[in-house]
Design a protein around this ligand. Structure first.
Ligand code: NAD
Length: 299
């Protein structure tokens, strides 16, 4: 039977995730700071409300999909935070990619108020969000994950329990550090081939069936025109922002320092994305790192 869900954060990911919950028969009360994002959700059948507090009032489940730790802590914690409004026993699914320590902090505060919460960051990109095939990487109590299953299954295909609160974020950060490295490596490789006279389509086809293949060459090629559905073929609009990738590589660097691990390639990728962002590309899709590798035209 359909439940009532308060959904906050209707961006590139949250928008389509909310639509899949509506398709699964749930009633959604939605809130975002951007009016256009709200309009799109209303067209899909959601009810827009004028504040986050209204979105969580009288609902069965709360779902948030926000940019970073500061947005999540700002929304849930403090005297006017949402944890003060959410009814005891209401299940909360926090799906943003944030620092594991932030996830633990919010989840501890929720537990003290009798509010069950899981961190459930996702992988699979905007394509996965639209298709309802996301991978959810969950941290929290097994019983809370079980209760969350029907909602996660409406938005995703693979659901993993990584461990206790915050563990979902650790696993997600590890995955995204690898993604950042692989995308930069793919962009560098394609630029090398093209600079040596290869056609980017032919080279991409070869790599996709050879040992260098990866998610970028299979689904998200960074060279414009190679894959019609990829952001690279649409001026790098939409998708996963450079600044969001930079945030995740920063989280990986923090996790690395805290555990005294060594992540030299992760650090190199973080510096590449930082430079790319500083050149005014922060809002483009992260595959636009490709443009850093174009060879200057000979005059
Ligand atoms: P986005 O910037 O497109 O969307 C975030 C939305 O949150 C925006 O619409 C913004 O207005 C809204 N928001 C921010 N603060 C708010 C507040 N206080 N109240 C209400 N709304 C608020 O980002 P996105 O690409 O959808 O990513 C969301 C999260 O998912 C990030 O943590 C990101 O790292 C992660 N993620 C993104 C992708 C991707 O491919 N885009 C993939 C996996 C994970």
């Amino acid at each position: 039977m359909g439940k009532t869900i308060g959904f906050i954060g209707l961006g590139h990911m949250g928008g389509p995730m909310a639509q899949n919950l509506i398709k699964a028969g749930h009633s959604l009360k939605v809130f975002d700071l951007v009016p256009e994002a709200l309009e799109a959700a209303v067209k899909a059948g959601a009810t827009a409300v004028e504040s986050a507090a209204r979105a969580v009032a009288g609902v069965d489940v709360v779902i948030t999909m926000l940019p970073a730790s500061r947005h999540v802590e700002g929304l849930y914690l403090g005297d006017t935070g949402l944890l003060k409004t959410i009814a005891k026993g209401t299940l909360v699914l926090e799906c943003s990619t944030i620092a594991p320590e932030s996830a633990r902090k919010v989840s501890r505060a929720a537990a003290q108020l009798g509010i069950p919460m899981i961190d459930a960051p996702v992988s699979g990109g905007t394509g996965g969000a639209v298709a309802g095939t996301l991978t959810f990487i969950v941290g929290g109590a097994a019983a809370d994950l079980e209760a969350a299953m029907p909602y996660l299954q409406a938005m995703g295909k693979n659901i993993f329990h990584a461990g206790e609160a915050g563990a979902g974020q650790v696993a997600k950060i590890c995955n995204n550090m690898l993604l950042g490295i692989l995308m930069a490596g793919t962009a560098e490789t394609l630029a090398l081939g093209v600079a040596n006279g290869l056609d980017p389509n032919t080279l991409s086809e070869i790599i996709a069936k050879s040992s260098g293949r990866n998610w970028a060459t299979e689904l998200y090629n960074p060279w414009p025109g190679v894959m019609e559905q990829a952001p690279a073929s649409h001026q790098y609009a939409g998708g996963f922002g450079v600044d969001l990738m930079l945030k995740d590589l920063g989280l990986a660097a923090e996790a690395s320092m805290q555990a005294r691990a060594t992540t030299p390639l992760g650090e190199l990728a973080r510096n590449l994305y930082a430079l790319h962002s500083a050149q005014g590309n922060g809002r483009l899709d992260f595959s636009s790192i490709q443009t850093m590798y174009y060879r200057a035209k000979k005059s």
